[in-house]
Structure formats: C-alpha cells, structure tokens
Design a binder for this molecule. Structure first.
Ligand SMILES: [Zn+2]
Length: 76
C-alpha cells in the first residue's frame, strides 16, 4: 500500500444508483458518497479494502458499464 493519492477519471453507477469508482491501488470497486458526478469531482476517498486514497479528478466522467482498470502505482 502506498500513501500516494491517485486521481480517478471514471465514475459509474451501481445497480442501486450509488456512485462507484475503481480503486487505483487494489483495483477493487468501491462505492463513494454523492448523488451526482459534480458532487464527487475533486473529493477524496479512502478504499475500504486496501486503505489507499484516491481523488476523483475534476474532469472525471461518468461511464456506463464496467469500470476500466486504472493506472495503479507508478513506482511498482
Ligand atoms: Zn483499494
């Protein structure tokens, strides 16, 4: 686990309409607080699985379907 806060560029909706992102550290999908995309842009969240931090990018966009894998740790 790394303390680095990664940007996340994709947000999707779960079946219950909650917002989800893919953790850049462990690639797990986690729910985040917020109803609309513009509420979560620029917000930081901690992964419940690996305790890694992520920030939803200010230019993140909503996607339909599967969240793509993201960059992970550049040091790894
Ligand atoms: Zn994680």
């Amino acid at each position: 686990m790394t303390d680095f806060i990664f940007d996340v560029h994709h947000v999707a909706r779960d079946l219950d309409r909650s917002l989800i992102v893919r953790c850049p550290h462990c690639q797990d999908v986690l729910g985040i607080e917020g109803i609309e995309l513009d509420e979560v842009q620029g917000e930081q969240y901690q992964c419940h699985r690996c305790d890694g931090w992520l920030e939803v990018s200010s230019d993140a966009r909503m996607i339909k379907g599967e969240l793509p894998a993201n960059k992970g740790d550049p040091e790894a």
